[in-house]
Design a protein around this ligand. Sequence first.
Ligand SMILES: [Zn+2]
Length: 240
Amino acid sequence: MTEQLYRADAYLRDCAANVLAVNERGGIVLDRTVFYASAGGQPGDKGALEIEGGGVCPIATTVYDADRATIVHVALEGSALPSAGQAVRAVLDWDTRAKLMRMHTCLHLLCALVKFPVTGGQVGVEEGRLDFDIEDASAVDKDRLTADLNALVAANHPVGERWITDAELEANPGLVRTMAVKPPMGSGRVRLVVIGEGGAIDLQPCGGTHVKGTGEIGRVAVTRIEKKGKLNRRIRVAFA
Ligand SMILES: [Zn+2]
């Protein structure tokens, strides 16, 4: 299991690590990492591994191995790979990650404003989207949502976290807003994201990376509300 340093501090931009294994497809496993592995609609991180003694291995993306605990850094095709046992410095493409953190946190605000079940979502660098089960489309308005999102951003609500046990989550199924994304259970405990005092704005299981205050998101705009099937409405948000 890879030690996931971003879980404790999403603002870490690099770390020293040792290469545990390298597979034939350019997948590199480290003992610890600041790279977020693709999950829950947030893409895996890009960046580079600076190899001790010289050489840089660019990382195109980061994914979980089949065990959902080991993180695999996927080297850009054709790159010179480090070897097992080598020391490296894992360095994030921070510009990209910072935008993903801002957009990911913004989608929590959208989820808090639109009180319908979430059926899917995707976080991007310029744009993010959430799909909701909404029967009556008049329940959501683009301009109204944009104003409400920006009010939550301007208020700079604190964003924190709290850990609960799997049993506590099972006893409180109302905490789970997203049907499409199973909460990261199995390790015995689950991390909740807490937005606003005591989770007044949002409180739900999430393993992603967030900014520390909603003010860091910056101004945003709901760009489109699309009909995707009888019940499904897709709401797109972009940085303004
Ligand atoms: Zn989250």
